[in-house]
Design a protein around this ligand. Structure first.
Ligand SMILES: Cc1cc2nc3c(=O)[nH]c(=O)nc-3n(C[C@H](O)[C@H](O)[C@H](O)COP(=O)(O)O)c2cc1C
Length: 175
């Protein structure tokens, strides 16, 4: 079987998960920016950082697939908010559904991991986006805030990491 781990990462947390997964499974990991012949692989494990609901690089990469009938596809998101929260998990899944062809969404096994953020490393556009989001949720009544809003408020302007390599176990079982 011909396997590949592909990742989309701006600030390195997704890359860390991809490299650890690569080390544990002996499957090569490369950035989506470097993928050439994706159709050569039978099993594709895609890890992408979440950016405003989008999975970094996923649609662009998946578009390159011609025929998925004999392929196994695993999608792994890496985000700041807690994926064990059901509302949050459903939001992530609905967003993925809109970013993938129906056939691939139905076929894919989907997992969610928690990354981290270091505001001092964010580029100007990302800092501005986070500021706008923060301002939109910080004064909401507590009952109106989602788990995602609360995470954003608690971590705003900080450096936090929720990286937990043991959360890769379930993905390794699937592979
Ligand atoms: C502009 C911006 C938008 C983000 N949007 C989301 C989001 O929609 N959901 C989420 O859970 N995390 C979101 N995050 C947090 C990232 O997903 C998190 O920092 C992740 O670990 C980044 O992966 P990377 O380090 O591989 O780039 C966002 C971060 C930034 C800077």
């Amino acid at each position: 079987m011909n396997n590949i781990i592909i990742y989309g990462s701006h600030y390195g947390t997704t890359k860390q998960y991809a490299e650890e997964l690569s080390r544990r499974t002996n499957i090569k990991a490369i950035s989506f920016k470097e993928v050439k012949e994706i159709n050569d692989y039978n099993n594709i494990i895609y890890l992408g950082g979440l950016y405003a609901g989008g999975v970094l690089g996923m649609s662009k990469t998946i578009k390159k697939l011609n025929d998925v009938s004999n392929k196994k596809i695993i999608i792994v998101t890496v985000g700041l908010s807690d994926p064990t929260d059901e509302v949050n998990k459903n939001n992530i899944r609905n967003n993925i559904k809109n970013q993938l062809p129906k056939e691939i969404f139905e076929k894919a096994k989907i997992f969610h991991l928690r990354g981290g953020i270091d505001y001092s490393k964010l580029n100007f556009a990302h800092k501005t986006m986070m500021k706008l989001l923060y301002n939109a949720v910080k004064n909401l009544q507590k009952e109106k805030q989602t788990a995602e809003d609360r995470t954003m408020i608690e971590t705003y302007n900080k450096k936090v990491s929720f990286i937990d390599f043991s959360s890769l176990d379930k993905i390794i079982d699937e592979i």
